[in-house]
Each structure stands twice: as structure tokens, then as C-alpha cells.
Write a protein that binds this ligand. Structure first.
Ligand code: DAT
Ligand code: MG
Length: 136
């Protein structure tokens, strides 16, 4: 089933010049880029995106990091786009993400883990609306 998902290349990867190679992973898999924008997140947008993590020990650092420089915001679509994107990204911590995954190949530590991708169809709809919708 064709789905949409929200993908965001994080500030560390943008700063390291990895945008093109990361986008290629999605295109190589056959997924389609529907929307794309380079942008620096406001603390308000960052807080909305990461509301589920509020109160956790890493939350303040996560908000500081994700607003620290430009990110690439994307809407990506295709069959099973949510699950396929999560598979291409790999596990949350680049230290344990296998080679061949985006986090395994382009990152080192969990606090700067290269990329965000929605974890469910519901999250994807919410996140596309936060970053590309009228409520932006
Ligand atoms: P994911 O991004 O794989 O969905 P998550 O939703 O559990 O992972 O966490 C959101 C982000 O928060 C994650 O991409 C990086 C950061 N994070 C998670 N756990 C962390 C930790 N133990 N220390 C530092 N940052 C962490
Ligand atoms: Mg998550």
C-alpha cells in the first residue's frame, strides 16, 4: 500500500555534507521524494515532533541538537514507505546500527544519529502536518 512518511536529515549529517548520499538511499530503494526543504527548526516545532520524549534525561539535549543548524525535511512516499524507511535508517544508536544502514554508515553516537523517520502511519500523518501543514 502506498504510504507517506516524514523523513528529516539531522544537523550533524547536513554539516558533514552527507545530504546527497542519504537521499540516494531512499531513491535507490524506489521511494519517491514528494516534498523537500532545508530549514532550521524552531524550538516549538522540535518540541511538537518529540513530545513523546518530554521529561526523559536526553530530551533537553535532543531539542538543543535538532535546532542547532539546518535540517532537510522531506515527505517520502511509496509502498510501505514507513517500514521501508525505518529499515533503511537502521536502529536508533549508530554504534549498534549495522553497516549498510544509514545510521550505521553515516553516524557514530545516539545523540547525533543522522536521521529521523516516522515510526508509524499515524506518526507520519502528524509529523507531515507539523512540518508541511497549515499548522506550521
Ligand atoms: P528513533 O529516532 O529511532 O525513533 P526514539 O524515538 O527512541 O528513536 O528517540 C528519538 C531520538 O532521541 C533519537 O533519534 C535520538 C534521541 N535519543 C534516543 N535515545 C537516546 C539516548 N539514550 N541518548 C541520547 N539521545 C537519545
Ligand atoms: Mg521515534
Amino acid at each position: 500500500m502506498t504510504e507517506q512518511t516524514y523523513i528529516m536529515i539531522k544537523p550533524d549529517a547536513v554539516a558533514k555534507g552527507q545530504i546527497g548520499r542519504i537521499i540516494s538511499r531512499f531513491e535507490d530503494a524506489g521511494l519517491r521524494i514528494e516534498r523537500m526543504e532545508l530549514d532550521t527548526l524552531t524550538p516549538e516545532h522540535a518540541a511538537k515532533n518529540y513530545a513523546e520524549h518530554e521529561g526523559k534525561p536526553f530530551y533537553d539535549g535532543l531539542i538543543d541538537y535538532i535546532t542547532s543548524g539546518p535540517v532537510v525535511k522531506m515527505v517520502i512516499s511509496g509502498p510501505n514507505a514507513v517500514a521501508v524507511s525505518r529499515k533503511l535508517m537502521g536502529p536508533t544508536d549508530p554504534a549498534t546500527a549495522p553497516p549498510g544502514t544509514i545510521r550505521g554508515d553515516f553516524g557514530l553516537t545516539v545523540d547525533a544519529n543522522v536521521i529521523h523517520g516516522s515510526d508509524s502511519i499515524e506518526s507520519a500523518q502528524r509529523e507531515v502536518d507539523i512540518f508541511f501543514g497549515n499548522s506550521q
